[in-house]
Design a protein around this ligand. Sequence first.
Ligand SMILES: Nc1ncnc2c1ncn2[C@@H]1O[C@H](COP(=O)(O)OP(=O)(O)OP(=O)(O)O)[C@@H](O)[C@H]1O
Length: 308
Amino acid sequence: NPFVVVGGLVASGTALYSYIYHERCNSNWIGYNPKGLKDDLKQKLFGQHIAAPVIFQSVTGFMSSTNSQKPLVLSLNGVTGTGKNHISKIIAKNIYRKGMDSSFVHLLPATKFFPHVENLSQYKTWLQNFIEDNVRSCERSLFIFDEMDKMHPGLIDIIKPYLDYHDHLGQISFRNSIFIFLSNSGGQEIAQTALDFWNAGLDRQKITLKDLEKSVSVSSFNNAGGGFYETFLIESGLVDVFVPFLPLEKHHVKQCVLAAMAERNLEPNLTVAEKVAEELIYFPKHEKLFSSNGCKTIEKRLPFHLFV
Ligand SMILES: Nc1ncnc2c1ncn2[C@@H]1O[C@H](COP(=O)(O)OP(=O)(O)OP(=O)(O)O)[C@@H](O)[C@H]1O
């Protein structure tokens, strides 16, 4: 029967298509490309001489280990538009073949996913099931929690057990998963340190991780009226690596504009880059040193300068 033959061919064609293109939790779809990460950090991340090596070392260490005792937990901190989401996407791209489109990568912005405090108990149940179900189906899952400083304490408490040293939690092992927390916590303090260096006539490149770790010390957060995430960050011991993001200066903004042009396959145009950078607002009020929104609004502004 020709229909059976054709039907069979279609069915096996579909199965083959699904076999080839359907993402699975295996080494065909998930791996680690250290060279890719290193190159991307070098070429696509501007003004973050501290974050770049810290991220490279921690991700490489974790991904190379065959015997990790707990998930990798990174806290990316800094003022807005300095590259925290950007770098998370770069990490995803160098681990998952489908990058952010992978079904094993989960981006959860607090205000979008958990907007109403009156729904807290539903959110808690949902989040618990979400994390467990996803790690059950793929141990090498990546969770990116955005706006951690706006996350309800009850939800942070829900995440905590998954970050700790456990053989298994309810038959599921979290030891190969990655949790990245993004927040503006400590951003102002990090910016103040960068400003202090500038005022002292010191090169920004000389700022070290140690200088910035003080930005998220207990006393600094207490003075700034730190929230639940800050306390969790300092006291829980569950965050493996604190990654500070420096505020971006005008010349970094220009680099972002040129990168955005390259992304659109346009010839780099320094005049356009300068115009876009000139338009932005800079802080502090007198020094006007750092871009208030980092490189965040560039994508939207660029078209106004391209087609004039
Ligand atoms: N340091 C950087 N190097 C290169 N590009 C950057 C950098 N910072 C920001 N960008 C560009 O600006 C866009 C917005 O930045 P991103 O979303 O990463 O900021 P963020 O730090 O996550 O901000 P927020 O705290 O508001 O979430 C990025 O998609 C990227 O194109």
